[in-house]
Design a protein around this ligand. Structure first.
Ligand SMILES: Nc1nc2c(ncn2[C@@H]2O[C@H](COP(=O)(O)OP(=O)(O)O)[C@@H](O)[C@H]2O)c(=O)[nH]1
Ligand SMILES: [Mg+2]
Length: 191
């Protein structure tokens, strides 16, 4: 599958403000700064599409993008990152509720949980994963920033994620386009 074009559609604060698109929809999940927005920009070949940042925890909205391909179009929903400690407990709690409602009721094609290759799998990654499994939400994993580690470390990490999460896992790096095709073929299989 080849991506032809991509455009930003809308930002929604919660489930009730999310429009219905009647297209396959993928939700990007992961800790703040893991590289979710960069992933969108890289696969769409447009560095200005999704806002990326070195300051974590900025986006508290669900940002929807429509991706047109040589096959079917689909939607990517860029979700606010979890594990951002610098906001109040009340704010974290209110966002957690919004996020859970969206994930439970949105009829997603799949969630995609992102893991940073530079760090060990974190406690909140495991918690998120367990919550997704418990609620029967289809998920696969993407290991980001693979340019920071060696090829053999990439394979080790992928095997570790597949074992811990019992999910398919794909390597990714914004600096290395070799990883893109496998992920796009996987998306193609499930849309
Ligand atoms: N070297 C490298 N840096 C990356 C990669 N992906 C993201 N980044 C950087 O990590 C930071 C956070 O990325 P962003 O996409 O905003 O993360 P988000 O919070 O998950 O959306 C930015 O400074 C990106 O440039 C990658 O694959 N390789
Ligand atoms: Mg982002």
């Amino acid at each position: 599958m080849k991506i032809k074009s991509a455009k930003f559609l809308i930002s929604s604060p919660d489930l009730k403000s999310c429009p219905t698109f009647n297209l396959a929809e993928f939700a990007l999940l992961g800790r703040s700064n893991v590289g979710k927005s960069t992933f969108i920009n890289t696969i769409c070949n447009n560095s200005k599409l999704a806002k990326t940042s070195n300051t974590p925890g900025k986006t508290r909205l669900i940002n929807f993008f429509e991706i047109t391909t040589d096959l079917k179009p689909f939607i990517i929903a860029d979700l606010p990152g979890y594990g951002y400690a610098k906001v109040s407990k009340t704010e974290q709690e209110s966002w957690r509720k919004n996020l859970e409602e969206y994930l439970l009721k949105r009829n997603l094609t799949s969630a995609i949980q992102f893991i940073d290759a530079r760090h060990e799998i974190q406690k909140n990654d495991i918690q998120m994963h367990e919550w997704l499994k418990f609620n029967n939400i289809t998920t696969f994993n993407i290991l980001t920033k693979c340019d920071y580690i060696s090829r053999s470390e990439v394979n080790k990490k992928l095997a570790q994620i597949e074992k811990t999460f019992q999910n398919q896992a794909f390597a990714f790096s914004s600096k290395d386009t070799i990883y893109k095709d496998k992920i796009l073929s996987h998306l193609e299989q499930i849309i």
